[in-house]
Design a protein around this ligand. Structure first.
Ligand code: GTP
Ligand code: MG
Length: 239
């Protein structure tokens, strides 16, 4: 199952937004760039679909070979034009189509929610080994969790999107995680971005979340071990 988090690019809204941002640097993003921008988003969307299809094919093959679906579900989204502009602005980067291409690697994003940790590493490995795509960057927050307890495997792929002008290698950020990791990350995200709690309470909740991350990890290890004994799916090496 793929959940599409639709984010339609509306050129009129985008043009208005650019005009209302009171900064000289935005002047470069004129109406012809808006067309170029919409074209670029089309390519990111194609790249996102290419990777999504590859993942579905892998999941189906696992089902046929091992009677096991490694992927519980996927979510995919294109970064909204507002978020793109805000991110470039925040990072003090030029606001232009070239700058998006050169600096942003998460315009197209897919979250792959797997059943077990073995599935995360198996699916990401089989995808990374495919000869038509390249791995641009890997951040393994499962082997090296973030201080707040966040765990996920982030891989940026470059995938060819074939247009009339030929192949355009386009980055897609893929976040592989288990159901438990996703469950944890959703609440942590809510706490970080949506809460206006007093600092002391925030600190207390953050500590509790860190404890939860450790507990979830323990539960996962135990459940993974049972699953290994009863399923024929490939086991991934531990380190
Ligand atoms: P930015 O894209 O500029 O943030 O930097 P980056 O690409 O180096 O970031 P990274 O790969 O570490 O994380 C990218 C994405 O992972 C974020 O947009 C989130 O979706 C997710 N993420 C990273 N860290 C956390 C975290 O601590 N909590 C949660 N809930 N999500 C996180
Ligand atoms: Mg990022």
């Amino acid at each position: 199952m793929i959940l599409d988090r639709k984010n339609m690019t509306n050129t009129a809204e985008l043009a208005t937004r650019i005009k209302t941002m009171d900064d000289g640097s935005f002047n470069k993003f004129d109406s012809s760039s808006v067309t170029e921008f919409v074209d670029l988003m089309q390519i990111y969307e194609g790249a996102m679909y290419e990777i999504g299809t590859k993942l579905e094919i892998l999941d189906n093959e696992f089902q046929v070979r091992f009677s096991h679906n490694p992927i519980h579900h996927m979510e995919r989204r294109l970064k909204s034009s507002n978020s793109i502009i805000e991110k470039l602005h925040r990072k003090d980067l030029p606001i232009s189509v070239e700058s998006i291409k050169d600096n942003l690697f998460d315009v197209a994003g897919i979250r792959v929610i797997c059943n077990y940790r073995d599935d995360v590493y198996a699916v990401s490995r089989y995808l990374s080994e495919q000869s038509d795509i390249q791995v641009l960057r890997v951040k393994d927050y499962i082997r090296n969790p973030k201080q707040n307890g966040y765990r996920s495997l982030h891989v940026i792929y470059a995938v060819p999107v074939f247009l009339t002008s030929g192949p355009h290698y386009t980055p897609v950020e893929v976040q592989f995680r288990t159901i438990a990791m996703d469950y944890w990350a959703s609440l942590e995200h809510q706490l970080r971005y949506k809460s206006d709690l007093p600092d002391s309470q925030l600190a207390q909740h953050s500590q509790t979340l860190l404890d939860c991350a450790r507990s979830l990890q323990n539960v996962e290890v135990q459940m993974q071990s049972i699953h290994r004994d009863i399923s024929g799916a490939p086991q991934e090496e531990e380190d």
